[in-house]
Design a protein around this ligand. Structure first.
Ligand SMILES: Nc1ncnc2c1ncn2[C@@H]1O[C@H](COP(=O)(O)OP(=O)(O)OP(=O)(O)O)[C@@H](O)[C@H]1O
Ligand SMILES: [Mg+2]
Length: 366
């Protein structure tokens, strides 16, 4: 059994009042109170006279939904195809954007349309770190000044401590030698890492991360993900992380899959795992070799078809007796979703494993 239940026998009355997500206590990790609750969240964008985009449709991440609230200490991953609403939802969670309808609660504070900009800015400054998909670094400030800025605004640390922390953060994301560079003098991956260091500067309770590894090398991706996992486990920082990379699912406690502005399904991972660079590279290399092999096979098959077609017509002219070469196709050859058959197998393994664990969990909860 991968999940433990709080014994219902011990305190039946209390458990009757408890929402089901309270029963979820993992062997190696305990979650705290809800950090984000969303009730009936919808977001529409008006396109002038050209109708509306329904970016989010009645999203419930709450105690009376099967998708339970984002819990303190949880690393929640949001996945789904481009345009399914991940950034829109993250912006609403971070109070950068307002829902068209519905209720948002962040760390026990109900955010409604009356919340003032000053109140929201303060909440973000004190509690929330955000890494935007587009980085949003201030172009005229150096990497150092970008990271230092939230601490400067918060004004809680002495100049010496602030500068020491800025240096430490930039070094931790591997940019100790790029501190004086302007954003325009940094690569995409370097900008992304500055944005991560900036998000960490005020020691947030909640980190919202939009595609934080999209511009990083494999090594950079693992470095940053391991840093985030470390913060999540040791400092209990709650995280909501959007990614297109399925191989990163192993880092999550829970994955919510979105499609067309709705949650399609939820998978609970019972064991957060850090990728090991060497092993992961070996896996990627094996995947690539496999892909080359499959491409070669496909090419050979195609050549066979061409040959057979040529010889067919040639044979047709000469004789009707010879049968053409038989060519069979695997279903996978037509899959448009994955280009890496081997990786697909591994992904499926992870998904199936997670699915089974999820089922276990559901069984435990029932
Ligand atoms: N300001 C806007 N005005 C109109 N439509 C918008 C606006 N912002 C987002 N949308 C639309 O809302 C939908 C959800 O967009 P969103 O950026 O949340 O998707 P996403 O899942 O983050 O995609 P990606 O993976 O490409 O980043 C898309 O159809 C998008 O075109
Ligand atoms: Mg997005």
């Amino acid at each position: 059994m991968d999940f433990q239940e709080i014994s219902e026998d011990n305190n039946e009355e209390q458990n009757q009042n408890n929402p089901p997500w309270l029963k979820i206590i993992r062997k190696d990790k305990t979650f705290g109170n809800p950090v984000i609750i969303l009730r009936n969240i919808s977001k529409d964008y008006d396109l002038g006279g050209e109708g509306q985009v329904h970016a989010l449709v009645d999203i419930n991440i709450s105690s009376n939904s099967e998708y339970y609230p984002v819990l303190e200490g949880e690393l929640l991953m949001l996945r789904g195809p481009s345009g399914c609403g991940k950034t829109t939802l993250l912006n609403i969670m971070g109070t950068f954007d307002k829902a068209t309808s519905g209720i948002v609660e962040i760390m026990g504070t109900r955010i409604d349309t009356k919340a003032s900009d000053k109140f929201l800015a303060n909440l973000r400054l004190e509690k929330v770190g955000f890494v935007f998909q587009t980085f949003n670094l201030l172009a005229t400030l150096s990497a150092f000044e970008n990271v230092e800025l939230p601490m400067l605004i918060q004004n809680k640390l002495s100049k010496k401590k602030r500068r020491a922390r800025t240096k430490k953060l930039l070094t931790r994301v591997g940019l100790g030698d790029r501190m004086d560079h302007l954003p325009s003098e940094l690569s995409g991956g370097e900008k992304q890492r500055v944005a991560i260091a900036r998000a960490l500067s005020n020691k947030p309770n909640l980190l919202l991360l939009d595609e934080v590894t999209a511009d990083l090398s494999t090594k950079g991706t693992i470095h940053i993900m391991n840093l985030l996992l470390d913060l999540n486990l040791k400092k209990k920082v709650t995280m909501v992380l959007v990614t297109h990379n399925p191989d990163l699912e192993v880092y999550a406690d829970r994955i919510l899959y979105f499609r067309d502005g709705k949650i399609e399904r939820q998978v609970i991972n019972t064991q957060q795992t850090a990728l090991n660079f060497k092993e992961y590279m070996a896996f990627l290399r094996e995947t690539e070799n496999q892909m080359v092999k499959e491409n070669d096979n496909e090419k050979n098959d195609k050549e066979k078809i061409n040959l057979s077609q040529t010889s067919d017509s040639f044979n047709d002219e000469l004789s009707d007796q010879e049968s053409p070469n038989e060519v069979s196709f695997d279903d996978d050859d037509f899959s448009s979703e994955h280009n890496f058959p081997n990786q697909k197998k591994k992904k499926n393994k992870i998904r199936n494993r997670n699915k089974n664990k999820n089922n276990n969990n559901n069984n435990n909860n029932n």
